[in-house]
Design a protein around this ligand. Structure first.
Ligand code: ZN
Length: 155
């Protein structure tokens, strides 16, 4: 047996899953003795003897039904879980983003102020900003009118 790092990893994980040495050998295509010898050299922890004796006794087609230490509880429960996640209020963060008072540059949302500054109602528009501008289409047009007005006032 050529013990590559990969083969050793496979041995370790099969061992950790509690398979019998015969079963590990079968899966890796090597002899049970090779498994035992390598496990010994790797100082892999001994499994509880009753299980090992039982598994080695009828060494074949039982994929260890009762002994599954690391297995996930159930394959999946699609519909109920997903519906739960959607209706659960804690699992729905998106609305908070809309009210975020200071839009970050990356979000490219409109930073037109709405309401009286300093009051609880005050917030920024947060609509999607027009490409290259800090405001949404509506507020961009207002902003540019104002700038023009101010320039005309100043002139
Ligand atoms: Zn806006």
């Amino acid at each position: 047996m050529d013990w590559t790092a990969e083969a050793i990893d496979q041995l370790r994980s099969l061992w950790a899953e509690g398979h019998s040495t015969a079963e590990i050998g079968r899966r890796m295509g090597i002899s049970k003795n090779a498994v035992v010898g390598k496990a010994h050299r790797l100082n892999l922890p001994a499994r509880p003897s009753p299980i090992r004796r039982e598994a080695e006794g009828n060494a074949a087609p039982r994929p260890a039904p009762t002994r599954r230490p690391a297995a996930p509880p159930q394959p999946r429960e699609p519909a109920p879980l997903r519906r739960l996640a959607q209706s659960a209020p804690a699992a729905a963060p998106p609305p908070a983003a809309v009210v975020r008072p200071f839009p970050r540059a990356a979000t490219r949302s409109c930073c037109w102020p709405l309401g009286e500054p300093g009051t609880p109602d005050f917030r920024f528009c947060a609509a999607e900003a027009v490409n290259g501008k800090p405001y949404c289409a509506e507020h961009a047009s207002v902003a540019y009118v104002r700038v023009r007005d101010r320039r005309e006032d100043a002139a």
